[in-house]
Design a protein around this ligand. Structure first.
Ligand code: ADP
Length: 218
């Protein structure tokens, strides 16, 4: 297994890049998707959240009322810490389980983690950063993802800065151009990825330490 992280600010095109890598044969372990999965109705995480925050965070069908939960943690740092302390370990365990499933293969495994800069993870062979100017992020979030501009700016302001992200990059994908401009970069990226050493078959994933809940999980 070859193991790298992929990150980028919201609206940078991280999902787009991750889909292009999957087309080449990469195995994507998607932190956002896992975060949603571990919070499906009836899951142990949802039960713990309801115990901590009360039944008002549950809809009638047992699914999580994300907005209700977001409203609680938005103004209460202790509640945010508690939320992260419940959700992050569950996500970490599931990511590690999937990694262990891959460690005896020769696959390129991509950990797709939006907040990798905010919550660094050891044991990766490299970090790919999808980079665009902030104004491009905002434009795409408004045009394609239904954000209003103020909301897009507020979300970006709560994430690491572009400079912080780039400081930890081993490979930068510049997504300031058209989707077609990505293609040659993905070719170079794939060449770089497949040239990295294979990790040993008994590779043990390193579980990131909780960061004390400074940033919300997604
Ligand atoms: P992220 O996963 O980083 O939040 P996405 O991959 O979802 O970002 O991209 C944000 C939006 O911008 C999506 O609607 C996507 O289709 C669009 N997009 C991605 N790359 C480009 C590009 N180079 N030009 C125009 N739109 C793009």
């Amino acid at each position: 297994m070859i193991l790298v992280g992929l990150t980028g600010g919201i609206g940078s095109g991280k999902s787009t890049v991750s889909a292009l890598l999957a087309e080449r044969g990469a195995v994507i372990i998607d932190a956002d998707a896992i975060t949603r999965e571990v919070q499906l109705p009836g899951s142990p995480v949802v039960k713990e959240l309801a115990d901590r925050f009360g039944a008002e965070i549950l809809a009638a069908d047992g699914s999580l009322e994300r907005q209700a939960l977001a409203n609680i943690v938005f103004t209460d740092p202790e509640a945010l810490k508690a939320l992260n302390a419940i959700v992050h370990p569950a996500v970490g365990r599931e990511m590690n389980r999937r990694l262990i499933e891959q460690r005896t293969t020769d696959h390129v495994v991509i950990l797709d983690i939006p907040l990798l800069t905010e919550n660094p993870r050891e044991g990766l062979q490299g970090r790919i950063v999808v980079d665009v100017p902030v104004e491009t992020q905002i434009r795409r979030l408004v045009a394609h993802r239904g954000f209003d501009e103020a909301d897009a700016r507020a979300r970006i302001a709560r994430q690491a800065t572009r400079e912080e992200r780039l400081a930890g990059a081993d490979f930068v994908v510049d997504n300031s151009g058209t989707p077609d401009d990505l293609s040659p970069q993905i070719d170079r990226l794939w060449e770089w990825l497949t040239g990295l050493d294979q990790l040993p078959a008994d590779y043990e994933p390193i579980t990131p330490k909780p960061n004390g809940g400074e940033k919300q999980s997604s």
